[in-house]
Design a protein around this ligand. Structure first.
Ligand SMILES: Nc1nc2c(c(=O)[nH]1)N[C@H]1C(S)=C(S)[C@@H](COP(=O)(O)OP(=O)(O)OC[C@H]3O[C@@H](n4cnc5c(=O)[nH]c(N)nc54)[C@H](O)[C@@H]3O)O[C@H]1N2
Ligand SMILES: Nc1nc2c(c(=O)[nH]1)N[C@H]1C(S)=C(S)[C@@H](COP(=O)(O)OP(=O)(O)OC[C@H]3O[C@@H](n4cnc5c(=O)[nH]c(N)nc54)[C@H](O)[C@@H]3O)O[C@H]1N2
Ligand code: SF4
Ligand SMILES: [Mo]
Length: 909
């Protein structure tokens, strides 16, 4: 059987075809008809079915669980008891402390219908605007930037504009990894029209930057200076469109006066790039008949994220490069339904149908549509404020759905304290294992991708149907249904709710009500219905009543959704980030994404092959900074920031300038000792958008002397061991817990002891052997007590199934390869019982896997390139990059670089 649906990961919003037998998902492939991907999927999308295998389902949350008292464990309860209890706790808080004592923290990964219901529940039924979402950490600066300039929160462009642009300005976006299928479209366009110029603005030399004609490796947080200087050049060289400015905008004179100061020399100084390169970027942008900018978190996640958005949008307004094919400021959305959340007003300062909470008429209109007396005027708490209020004890009941703030919020220690102290926390999840779930007093099992129905809107305003293919496991339920069931119970407790405002029979009923709230608005979808989506496929809003087709481009008329129809310029000054490096904290810490992982890894982290590209948590550093500190690849370092410190392995990266470091955001407390990188990040926010500065912290890094290392592997066909081993992370100075393998899963625990820490006792190792199911009689055991060396290996049917090595770990990579890939255990037995440190000389360390689809590693690719193959012949030999294409940027980069093999595993002690 096949069901057409949408990928639940990034904002590209690719169409997928789910292959299934009505009980289980058996496969997934790209939908050739979907306008976002025309059949393509990236590494994450093409492995979606592997997050729904029977083993993966055993890791799902399938029953409601309630903690009756903070000191008691969670226990299984039925839905009635769970939701009655929840309603009673919420009603009690509202009764004793008022509606603002409860709060909801939801997610851009919910479907539009889910989002709509939660928003109505808080603002309409309870009467609190305390409903915010993880989109606050993601898109709120983009929302504020669009509204400040264009008058409405609407990305005016379409993906097809890539096919028409003569210049692409990609800023603060590593699309090659984060919007891969869209990046494939850029690669196609460049191949077809090599004259198209690509400019990338990113402090790091990412794979996206490698593919550019010009990479501006600006110093972190200096974007506003750069775009102001580009405007300076555009003005100076007459590239601005004075007619457009005169007819369609206002406020240009003030901006013109301001950018007079932003000479290329001045901005070059601030940004740390050559003034000539700024001039070149401005020339390319100005000369291009059609210029498109694509931008994401490098702009948004900053204490001046709104200004960065405004500054880049103004380049388009000043040159009139907006509203025409190939033109416009295109903010890429991160989460699959960040846009849907904005449409239903699912944030603390917004209301349904792109309305504003601050606007009295908007509030009255929504109250009328919902059939409630009023919507409170007091703005709700935005994400950072919300957790601060929880920390102060102001929030008595908190409902978290579809997001994992205990990993993804900044200043994590404080967030963990807040969650621990909150009287009543509901976590609505698909996984019982997230860092946030640990704090739940009530855990509610949600239906996941392939099990739920609704709609979601991608970056280009395109609304797609999300369809269920299989039933949810156990008692899991769709998010919107859980919210509606709760709302009805609350209505029966709270006074004054004779008739329900939540009488929906189907998810389509919710969609139709949402549709009514959009009528006459900029996002009007009066003409849209599930039926039209069924017959005509995905549609871009607006689709006003009477129309049966979406709108691919906005503002072609030059009329903007502002009071006087004009877009407006804002004189934005460059401001530095909140934390600046100094002698005590001399390094900048940047964070972001990996190609094959999704956020807190609750889903991608279940798929062993998705670890192959970046197998473990590291701090990336410039080689010179490492040398100055006596740090070698694989050394343990302490990363100390202003709020906390964490320990990581260091890895040299030639993508970073000196004084800059990078930690992927994915590695939280389930994968390494400590809470992960977000404990280092500040909770300062942009004054307008309230988006926190998740890309900029300052740190110092020091090498730590290690005394011993322990490495343990175990094949885990049931997929249960990763969760079971998590408590072990806290028992070592530093440890990491990851997966390896391809067809079968191998759990990998690596632990380090600092020089003063005693090696693990035999008892502790025995305990670990039990936890890893290595405690069987035929496990081979070697102990060298004098040197404190221990080796264990479990071999069955001549296949190595698991091993534990303490202190003598130089052969660890070889042994892991034997567990993962099989092979003769003869050499291993020899190695095990002899005081030999290194693997056999015939063994070649296999490097990182670059091509995930065809399992091709960097050393195989490097060897082929070294032997004279070009990309095409490499591909015909090994097929790498011929399936999903996510590795193509890296294959191209490697063709021009000699790659160094990772030395990380050679640091056995
Ligand atoms: N593989 C993968 N893809 C994803 C996701 C995922 O988890 N994994 N998540 C999705 C989500 S929710 C989002 S929001 C998007 C995010 O997509 P992106 O924004 O593309 O991803 P990031 O890696 O967070 O950050 C992008 C780049 O910003 C750069 N940067 C840092 N500081 C600055 C600065 O001051 N100025 C500029 N110009 N650049 C800077 C970083 O070096 C980084 O390369 O990805 C989506 N796609
Ligand atoms: N340092 C740093 N921190 C960051 C960022 C950064 O760049 N750097 N980026 C920020 C950004 S842009 C974002 S978007 C956030 C993302 O941060 P989070 O929202 O915390 O990330 P996820 O891990 O995607 O959390 C989604 C959760 O929902 C669960 N889930 C999946 N499907 C469903 C469903 O259908 N229903 C329910 N109820 N639950 C479901 C998943 O198991 C998962 O635990 O992180 C932010 N934090
Ligand atoms: S680019 Fe990848 S993650 Fe994003 S929607 Fe498409 S398949 Fe999913
Ligand atoms: Mo995001």
């Amino acid at each position: 059987m096949e069901t057409v649906s949408t990928c639940p990961y990034c904002g590209v919003g690719c169409g997928v075809i789910i292959e299934h037998d009505e009980i289980r998902v058996t496969g997934v492939r790209g939908d050739p008809k979907h306008p976002a991907n025309f059949g393509r999927l990236c590494t994450k999308g093409s492995t979606l079915h592997l997050t729904a295998t029977p083993q993966a389902i055993t890791q799902r949350l399938i029953h409601p669980q309630l903690r009756r008292h903070k000191t008691l464990p969670l226990e299984r309860v039925g839905w009635d008891e769970a939701l009655d209890h929840a309603a009673q706790r919420f009603a009690q808080a509202i009764d004793e402390h008022g509606p603002d004592s409860v709060a909801f923290y939801i997610s851009g990964q919910m479907l539009t219908e889910d989002y709509y219901v939660f928003n109505k529940l808080a603002k309409g039924l309870i009467g609190t605007n305390n409903v915010d979402s993880n989109s606050r950490l993601c898109m709120s600066s983009a929302v504020a930037g669009y509204k400040a300039t264009l008058g409405a929160d609407a990305p005016p462009c379409s993906y097809e504009d890539i096919d028409h642009a003569d210049c692409l300005l990609i800023a603060g976006s590593n699309m090659a990894w984060t919007h891969p299928v869209l990046f494939r479209r850029i690669e196609d366009a460049k191949q077809l029209r090599p004259a198209m110029k690509i400019i990338v603005v990113d402090p790091r030399r990412t794979d996206t930057a490698e593919s550019a004609d010009l990479h501006l490796a600006i110093l972190p947080g200096t974007d506003v200076a750069l775009y102001n200087a580009m405007l300076h050049v555009l003005l100076w060289e007459d590239f601005v469109d004075l007619d457009y400015i005169r007819n369609h905008t206002e406020g240009f004179d003030a901006l013109k006066a301001l950018v007079r100061d932003y000479t290329p020399a001045m901005a070059g100084d601030i940004c740390g790039v050559k003034p000539d390169d700024i001039v070149k970027a401005a020339h390319w942008f100005g000369q291009a008949p059609a210029a498109l900018s694509l931008y994401c978190q490098g702009l948004n996640q900053s204490s001046h994220g709104t200004d960065s958005n405004i500054a880049i949008i103004q380049l388009h307004l000043a040159t009139g490069k907006i509203g025409a094919p190939g033109c416009g400021p295109f903010s890429l959305t991160g989460q699959p339904n960040a846009m849907g959340g904005r449409e239903v007003g699912g944030m603390a300062n917004l209301l349904s149908g792109h309305r504003d909470l601050a606007n009295r008429d908007d509030r009255a209109e929504v109250a009328r549509l919902w059939g409630v007396s009023d919507i409170p005027a007091k703005p709700g708490l935005t994400a950072v404020e919300l957790f601060e209020a929880v920390h102060r004890g102001d929030i008595k009941a908190l409902w978290i759905a579809c997001t994992n703030p205990a990993q993804s919020m900044p200043d994590l220690l404080k967030v963990h304290e807040a969650l621990a102290a909150c009287p009543f926390v509901i976590v609505q999840e698909v996984s019982p294992n997230t860092d946030t779930a640990a704090y739940a007093d009530l855990l509610l099992p949600a239906a996941a991708w392939a099990e739920k129905e609704g709609t979601s809107t991608n970056s280009e305003r395109c609304i797609s149907r999300v369809r269920a293919a299989v039933p949810p496991p156990g008692e899991a339920r769709a998010d919107w249904l859980i919210a509606v069931d709760f709302a009805k119970r609350l209505e029966s407790i709270l006074p004054g709710h004779a008739s329900s405002i939540f009488s929906y029979d189907t998810v389509e009923d919710v969609f139709n009500e949402h549709k009514v709230t959009t009528l006459g608005r900029d996002l009007d979808i009066g003409g849209l219905s599930y039926e039209l989506l069924e017959s005509a496929g995905p549609q871009q809003w607006p689709v006003p009543t009477g129309s049966c087709q979406g709108t691919s481009r906005l503002y072609g008329s030059g009329i903007f959704p502002t009071a006087n129809g004009r877009a407006s310029f804002k004189p934005v000054q460059y401001r530095p980030t909140a934390e600046q490096t100094d002698a005590r904290f001399p390094l900048h810490l940047n964070t972001g994404r990996l190609r094959d992982q999704w956020h807190g890894m609750s889903r991608t982290g279940m798929v062993p092959r998705l670890y192959a590209h970046r197998p473990e948590p590291v701090l990336e550093m410039n080689a010179r900074d490492m040398e100055l500190r006596g740090i070698a690849d694989g050394d343990l370092v302490q990363v100390k920031g202003k709020r906390s410190q964490i320990i990581l392995q260091a890895a040299a990266s030639n993508a970073l300038r000196q004084a800059q470091t990078y930690i992927p955001m994915h590695w939280g407390g389930r994968f390494m000792t400590g809470l992960g990188p977000n404990s280092l990040m500040p909770s300062v926010t942009d004054p307008l958008s309230h988006q926190p500065e998740l890309k900029h912290a300052v740190v110092r890094v020091e090498r730590l002397a290690t005394g011993w290392q322990l490495v343990a592997f175990r094949r885990d066909d049931r997929g249960e061991m990763h969760a079971a081993l998590q408590p072990w992370l806290g028992r070592f100075d530093h440890a990491t817990l990851t997966l390896a393998g391809r067809e079968s899963s191998v759990v990998v625990l690596r632990a380090w002891g600092l020089s003063e820490t005693a090696p693990p006792s035999i008892e502790m190792m025995d305990e670990l052997m039990i936890a890893m199911h290595l405690d069987v009689p035929h496990t081979l055991v070697f102990n060298d007590d004098k040197r404190g060396i221990a080796k264990r290996a479990l071999i069955e049917n001549e296949r190595l199934l698991g091993a534990l090595l303490c202190k003598e770990t130089r052969a660890a990579k070889w042994i892991l390869d034997l567990v993962v890939r099989g092979g003769s255990t003869k050499e291993l037995r020899k190695w095990l019982f002899a005081p030999i440190a290194t693997p056999p000389s015939t063994y070649l360390v296999r490097g990182r896997v670059v091509c995930n689809c065809h399992d091709v590693s960097e050393d195989e690719i490097a060897a082929d390139y070294a032997s004279g193959l070009d990309l095409a012949s490499l591909q015909s030999k090994r097929n790498c990059g011929t399936s999903c294409g996510s590795c193509l940027p890296e294959l191209r980069r490697m063709a021009t670089q000699t790659m160094q093999n990772s030395k990380m595993w050679d640091k056995g002690l």
